[in-house]
Design a protein around this ligand. Structure first.
Ligand code: 5RP
Length: 231
């Protein structure tokens, strides 16, 4: 008997491994962060061992560590002329291909790598495909200086929010910033809200990825389906 976690893990493996099929000889590959891309990377590691020649650009320290363990060759973003394809996870995606990312705290590097990628593929388990964004709180990366003022500003504007913490301390991103998770259930115009956030000094990036993804790979019964965004 499977419990929910087993089912979600099986879905992550299914979609994560499927995404590796899009990686071809000679490509520069952006590697996202998280437990779904983990399976893409496991498969990619096997493909590299079997002779596939690629270079990867990582979106986090944790992804870089895993890539090194798996023998996936890494380059920095500054060393490549462009990125052919980036494979990443997401925390929520709606039918308009808009997403929330940053559950793992890597939103800044993920957004940068995605921006310079010719093609972006997201791999998601079925629970992440939603009719409206916002059940998952929006991660907002803020520099440590004055982040309490940002929390107050959100609260004054009636947005519930929390400072992200880990077991012992305040969570810090790979860039040394903090993350404030903002409840955006009442937001309807994501573009406008994103601009408003980005105009607040100290905000480095938000987890709203509004015009980024080209293909979504998600479970469909025991197989996968691939949703392709109209150009
Ligand atoms: C990290 C992310 C991840 O892609 C997102 O949190 C999904 O992670 P997972 O595949 O572990 O569910 O945005 O910053």
């Amino acid at each position: 008997m499977f419990n929910d976690t087993d089912i979600v893990l099986a879905e992550k493996r299914l979609v994560g491994e499927k995404a590796a099929d899009f990686i071809k000889e000679g490509m520069i590959v952006g590697l996202g962060t998280g437990s779904t891309v983990y399976y893409t990377m496991q498969k990619l590691g096997r493909m590299v061992k079997e002779g596939l020649n690629i270079s990867a650009v990582s979106t986090s320290l944790s992804t870089s560590t895993l890539a090194k363990e798996l023998g996936i060759p890494l380059k920095s973003l500054n060393e490549v002329s462009r990125i052919d394809i980036t494979i990443d996870g997401a925390d929520e995606v709606d039918y308009m291909f808009r997403g929330i990312k940053g559950g793992g705290g890597a939103l800044l590097f993920e957004k940068i790598v995605a921006y310079y990628s010719d093609q972006n593929i997201w791999v998601i388990d079925s629970g992440k495909y939603v009719s409206k964004l916002g059940k998952f709180p929006l991660p907002v990366e803020v520099i440590p200086m004055g982040y309490i003022q940002f929390l107050k500003k959100m609260q004054e504007n009636n947005y519930k929010c929390v400072l992200r913490k880990n077991e012992k301390d305040i969570f810090k991103t790979d860039s040394g910033n903090v993350i404030i998770d903002v409840n955006i259930e009442k937001v309807t115009d994501y573009q406008e809200f994103n601009h408003w956030l980005l105009n607040i000094p100290g905000v480095v990036e938000t987890g709203l990825f509004l015009d980024v993804v080209d293909k979504i790979i998600m479970p469909d019964k025991n197989d996968v389906k691939i949703l392709i965004k109209d150009k």
